[in-house]
Design a protein. Structure first.
Lengths: 346, 346
DNA sequence: AAAGGCAACGCAAACGTTTTCGTGTTGACA
DNA sequence: TGTCAACACGAAAACGTTTGCGTTGCCTTT
């Protein structure tokens, strides 16, 4: 087992000083052609690579980005990570990920773990618990210490930083409008409680779209799911709620769901109730997932371009890191949504 | 903006030496009660946190695990990451992820980027291209330099290290046996080319299960998909192949697919050809994904316990890192599969 | 009063780099 | 022969820690 070789060892072996070795390897013209060649040959032979940690300490930057997300087993988030990793790697950065698991304390702990020198900046999406508690001190403190943050998707006005969001309002208006175009007259929405900003915005888009189409809003058509009760493994409550929704509004002919799982579940429930899709009820979801693509019928959906969000977030952060003259002039980038039509609409 | 405070600054402020500060903070009994309190109070006030990079350099360990996987937008891999992150965090480690994107060179580059001091050890799953080229020098060299590796799922005999695998052979035998029990007599398999070890093993399990049930093996029932041609977005080739498979073997009444996507696609194609599931054809897949759970009909599947694989991998690696006396005695942990019955079988 | 002991603290090395600033040697030139 | 520049290299500081050991000053002991 040959351990990693250091400058010191090379220096000792070649009987020169450490600084000579360092300079020789970096092609400094202070060093004679002779010794340079000798050092480089030796370094190559022993496969010398500078120690990243030492470099980080010296340069006071790690070339590493910290990602904090609520959940990784999730298509949207993993696609965002892919996007981040793509441009990060291209620009010489690594990514280190922490999962908050939708918990406030885990979010705080994870950030503290990374904020002490391990990374140069954060890209994150806020956990639900944090959104509920509205406690954002860990974000502001981090920023105050000079560590930049880029928030994506789940953002919050109280924190002043770069943000990358989806145009949730416009996206859901697009979806509802399409349902109207396709002939729907009684359109329900399955959404989340309002503290999740994206849920609130999508609901608002639904409402505005109805108004613009002169369709009267009806409270019983709005199903706000308590997602504390709904996990990937336990859809019972969700299904019951949807059954109630459909049965108490027999004339529903369109459903807009703020995420993939709700949409798929709605289709499943509808079918169980003897309704055909898209003939009796048309359904549109909101998200990027695989479920939509491979469901039967495949689901018409509002794509969020998750990977692009990741890419953009990484670009924002790295630009911020590498260009000094920013003077906390933060921007919010809006990623346009795209309506992908499949077979759950006519 | 108040930058992070260092020992040196505290020392200067309190007019003591750096070492006194350090010792005071670590409750050394060399330091008087008085100064200790003073220092600790000051440190608390300024929210002092030791710099991780400096600690890493000093201790020659980073408390960070490097993960290299072929793809992150994939339920299996993201679940493994979740498992890794869970135990890593519990034991005070961070995880840094690199994506090989199934490419040999990206795998090598990513590993080199991390191997120079950034991490203490690797947990990885080999890219397809690497498996094809059978070039494993980057693994062996890394291990030779004293950096431990744990491989999971896609492993290789040529490299001597800890491994965590699924019992692919047994798992697929379970699946095929179940199909036989449920009355299937003509069972097809949809699998991958043999260089993917898990594909090969699952195919072998299929073959052995048929033998044990005295069912004659028929070459035309084995569909080896060239997954270079199949992406999540382009299932055309796959569908055509499956159409051919079913049409040239009209009596097929059971299909075993080595992954979720193949299984779902098989169901879709079968339905298009007018076959009912599970009445005419029963289908079992292999994997952990969401597709199986939410498909219609939901898919009976061999669960790999991906998260458990991640947890086990992390435990192996960290144990290896923290217990010195290992003496390259590597182990291979086999995670048992579990057959989850849903509605694609009778 | 001298010796010893202990409490409380500082020095310096070490981890592996990069880089600034010497310093010694050579050769050229007046 | 003396001066000076160019050349080639080394010493040391710095990044932020931890820690073994040396160094004070004071108190106890005989």
């Amino acid at each position: 087992m040959k351990r990693k070789v250091t400058l010191k060892q090379i220096a000792k072996e070649l009987d020169v000083s450490i600084s000579t070795v360092s300079k020789a390897l970096r092609n400094s013209k202070e060093i004679s052609e002779d010794t340079r060649q000798k050092v480089q040959a030796f370094a190559k032979l022993y496969n010398y690579r500078p120690n990243n940690i030492a470099l980080s300490l010296k340069n006071r930057k790690t070339k590493t980005i910290g990602i904090i997300i609520p959940e990784i087993v999730h298509h949207f988030f993993s696609k965002v990570i892919r996007g981040i990793e793509l441009v990060a790697n291209k620009r010489g950065y690594n990514v280190i990920v922490g999962l908050s698991n939708e918990s406030f304390s885990k979010e705080v702990i994870n950030m503290e773990m990374l904020a002490n020198g391990s990374i140069d900046g954060f890209i994150l999406s806020i956990s639900k618990e944090t959104l509920q508690q509205q406690d954002y001190h860990h974000f502001t403190e981090t920023i105050n210490q000079g560590m930049p943050i880029v928030m994506f998707d789940r953002v919050v006005n109280e924190v002043n930083c770069d943000k990358v969001i989806v145009d949730d309002l416009k996206g859901s208006k697009k979806a509802v409008n399409r349902l109207v175009e396709k002939g729907c007259e009684t359109i329900a929405i399955i959404t989340t409680k309002d503290y999740v900003s994206v849920g609130r915005l999508r609901t608002q888009g639904y409402i505005e779209a109805l108004e613009e189409n002169n369709i009267k809003l009806k409270g019983s058509l709005i199903l706000k799911v308590d997602d504390a009760l709904v996990s990937d493994d336990d859809l019972e409550f969700l299904e019951k709620d949807i059954v109630t929704l459909i049965e108490s509004n027999k004339n529903i002919d369109g459903i807009f769901a703020v995420n993939e799982l709700y949409a798929i579940t709605a289709m499943k429930v509808a079918r169980k109730l003897g309704l055909r899709i898209p003939d009796d009820i048309q359904v549109i979801g909101f998200t990027d997932g695989v479920l939509s693509k491979h469901a039967t019928p495949s689901l018409t959906t509002v794509s969020q371009h998750a990977q692009e969000m990741g890419e953009k977030s990484a670009e924002l952060l790295i630009n911020n890191l590498e260009i000094e003259e920013d003077e906390d002039h933060y921007q919010t980038v809006v990623i346009e949504t795209e309506l992908i039509e499949r077979n759950s609409t006519k």
